[in-house]
Design a protein. Structure first.
Lengths: 419, 321
């Protein structure tokens, strides 16, 4: 057991000493800080666009549009009447960057709802929505007035709907919106996928290093291959836990300091509905960690077997693909999983051990889920870990001492069978 | 009954069709340097891996220190230097040594001062905090050598220890090995360089194509394969030498003159007996030489010139553990 401990210690210390560990440890929080603050910056960012309204209508509609846009955030406009060379000269102005764009209105806007916006930048969804919303509100108003409806009545009648979504989770209404809920589920799936893959691949390269340098001969003459594998997986696993710890602490700092940071960054802009962070309950973190550990143990032993049956990096990269694709299935199903956490697909994926670490965590986060489902899924996962590790350790034991070409499936089966 | 450190009893190992080691037996007494000799592909490494319990023999047994149990059970008492060298490239030299000592059951704290001492002894003191991949190949080999002896094993198993070493490092290694033997350790090493084996081995076992051709002490091997001729020159008085030459228990054939004789020893006879008999017969000798063939010549005679230079077979070995 002391030897296993020494293997764990070596894997842990050597990994934590490496630069990439600290790069990951620091980049993680930076990445998540980016996820939190980018929307704020974007919402504030979109600079005001100065445009001209080319009014070809026979009413004062152009002026109304200019006034309407002035109440919004994205546009400041002035009106000119349409003329023969107006469009050409405005195009020149936009080209010379003295103007952001121009809006062409004719009477047909009242009949077909058609208007035209030409600008150097038309890709800001938020700004285009604002323009469209303003136009459509004013057109509706104009059309109603034409039909004799009192302007005051029209103003009163128009109301913008704000849909406030709240998730009912385990019988309680939470403050979580649909967007936040998806966001959290997505982040968790992404984290699980990246970390299980990264640390599984770590185990693989560690196996491969010992095999290619032949240190494994010295090791195997000193301790049992299974002990070596166990030490390796536990050592790398400890590194991953340490990594999460660093991330957890920095995320906590980020959250507690968030309000201060936001107000400093965003100034007067109050945090809109999209910026609210969901409170992450302790149980969700526990579920996440449990399934991460399960997934890591399951996949790292497979990665170890892959490393043992390959004799160089290229071979290993090829041989790892089936393992990687298996892991990717659940990651790619995340939209399906969040859309309907209780569909047949979601349920199935969350019980199959190779997909359950990601699928179950997403289902847990996205919707209410009976605890019994969670327990069954975990039990299946544990059983699979035992089975897969048993097979993988047999492949490992033979593979690490083998040289020459990669074994065929038939040979692998023989290795597993050989007592 | 047995006082051997290592007993290999009729071990056989086959790899997908070809027999790498065929019913090989050998016995290593304590306190000697034992050479496992043979051309490339003779089965030396396979034999050593079976001794180390890296491969499990298809048949036959390996006994270490006179008891049952595998190399893993005895790992604290064995140092092993594999044929293909390698260390963790990104680890610091001292950390590698401590880790490998731990693998041999040594306490980390106890291993520290020893490792530093050995590094200093082999001229690597300043390199102990460097990473392995910053060292030259020769230095790495020395580090690996230290890792095999750090835990003071009773039995040192080294597969081609001299390959890839320059003359200086080769000498350092040889001196260290001889020093270990003086301290009562047993050393088993494989090599295909006979001159090297002749200089340091007490006993040898020559194998080819997985089979043993001959084994025994170096003297025995030389005696049974050549070394049957004695050259004698008299310094004036030949005494009663003719009576000694006529003794058929000692001398099979003889010819020569009054001052000079060349003898062929009788089967089983010892040249030292003849020397003693001659001296007590009153002869004065100016020369008494056992015309010994070199180990190299015996080796070539036994395995044939083509086998001795045969290239190693491509390794497609699959262990069936």
């Amino acid at each position: 057991m002391r030897k296993v401990w020494a293997v764990i210690r070596r894997e842990f210390v050597e990994r934590v000493r490496q630069k990439w560990f600290w790069v990951m440890a620091l980049l993680g929080p930076v990445f998540f800080a980016g996820l939190f603050f980018l929307p704020i910056l974007l919402a504030r960012g979109g600079a005001v666009r100065h445009i001209v309204v080319v009014d070809g209508t026979t009413s004062d509609f152009g002026t109304r549009v200019v006034e309407g846009l002035a109440t919004g955030r994205s546009f400041r406009a002035s009106r000119i009447a349409t003329g023969s060379a107006v469009v050409d000269s405005l195009t020149g102005e936009v080209g010379a960057k003295r103007l952001d764009g121009f809006l062409i209105l004719t009477d047909s806007v009242f009949e077909t709802g058609q208007a035209e916006y030409r600008a150097s930048n038309v890709s800001s969804i938020q700004a285009m929505e604002e323009l469209e919303r303003t136009l459509s509100r004013l057109v509706v108003k104009a059309r109603l007035e034409r039909d004799g409806v009192n302007a005051a009545v029209v103003d009163r009648a128009q109301i913008r709907i704000r849909l406030d979504t709240k998730k009912i989770s385990r019988g309680r209404t939470t403050g979580e919106s649909a967007g936040q809920s998806f966001f959290l589920a997505y982040i968790m799936a992404l984290l699980l996928f990246l970390t299980i893959f990264a640390y599984g691949a770590n185990v693989m390269s560690s196996v491969l290093e010992e095999k290619t340098t032949r240190i494994v001969e010295v090791l195997v003459s000193s301790l049992k291959p299974f002990q070596l594998l166990l030490g390796k997986v536990l050592g790398v696993g400890a590194v991953s836990i340490f990594q999460f710890l660093i991330w957890g602490v920095s995320a906590r700092l980020l959250l507690t300091q968030r309000q201060a940071l936001v107000s400093r960054m965003a100034g007067e802009v109050s945090s809109g509905p999209g910026l609210q962070l969901p409170a992450i309950p302790g149980t969700t973190i526990a579920v996440f960690l449990a399934f991460f550990l399960g997934g890591f143990l399951l996949y790292s032993s497979m990665f170890a077997a892959v490393g043992a049956m390959s004799s160089n990096e290229q071979e290993a990269r090829q041989a790892q693909q089936p393992v990687m694709y298996t892991l990717m299935i659940s990651y790619l199903s995340i939209f399906g999983l969040t859309n309907d956490p209780n569909s047949t697909l979601s349920t199935t994926l969350s019980f199959i051990p190779f997909t359950s670490p990601i699928a179950m965590t997403v289902r847990w986060t996205a919707g209410s889920l009976p605890a019994s489902d969670l327990a069954v899924s975990l039990a299946i996962l544990v059983a699979a870990i035992i089975g897969v590790t048993w097979i993988a350790s047999r492949i490992y034991r033979v593979g690490i001492l083998m040289t020459g070409k990669r074994p065929s499936i038939r040979e692998l089966v023989r290795w597993v069978r050989a007592g | 009954m047995t006082t051997s450190i290592l007993d290999v009893d009729r071990v056989t190992k086959r790899f997908s069709g070809h027999t790498a080691v065929d019913a090989l037996s050998l016995s290593v007494p304590p306190g000697v340097i034992y050479g496992l000799l043979g051309p490339n592909g003779a089965g030396k490494s396979t034999t050593i891996r079976m001794i180390m319990n890296i491969y499990v023999p298809d048949s036959g047994t390996v006994r270490l220190f006179g008891t049952a149990g595998t190399g893993q059970d005895h790992s604290a008492r064995i140092g092993y230097l594999p044929e293909e060298r390698g260390l963790y490239a990104k680890m610091r030299v001292l950390d590698v040594l401590l880790f490998l000592a731990e693998m041999k059951g040594m306490d980390r704290r106890a291993a520290g001062p020893k490792a530093v001492e050995w590094l200093a002894r082999l001229g690597l003191a300043d390199w102990r905090l460097r990473k392995v991949n910053e060292l030259s190949k020769g230095m790495q080999q020395k580090v690996q050598f230290i890792s095999t002896i750090l835990h003071e094993p009773d039995l040192l198993v080294m597969d081609e220890p001299f390959s890839g070493l320059d003359p200086v490092n080769s000498q350092v290694l040889k001196d260290t090995v001889l020093d270990l033997r003086r301290r009562g350790k047993t050393i088993l090493l494989s090599t295909h360089i006979m001159e090297q084996a002749e200089k340091i081995c007490d006993s040898v076992c020559i194998i080819a194509r997985g089979r043993k051709l001959v084994d025994g002490t170096l003297a025995e091997v030389k005696r049974t394969h050549g070394g049957r001729h004695v050259l004698i020159a008299f310094d004036g008085a030949s005494g009663d030498a003719q009576r000694v030459f006529a003794d058929r228990r000692l001398v099979a054939k003889h010819d020569g003159s009054a001052q000079y004789a060349e003898l062929e020893l009788a089967p089983g006879a010892d040249a030292q007996e003849i020397l003693q008999a001659l001296v007590s017969s009153g002869a004065r000798l100016s020369r008494f030489e056992i015309a010994e063939p070199s180990l190299h010549k015996i080796f070539i005679d036994l395995v044939g010139p083509e086998a001795a230079t045969a290239a190693a077979q491509p390794e497609t070995e699959v262990a069936r553990a």
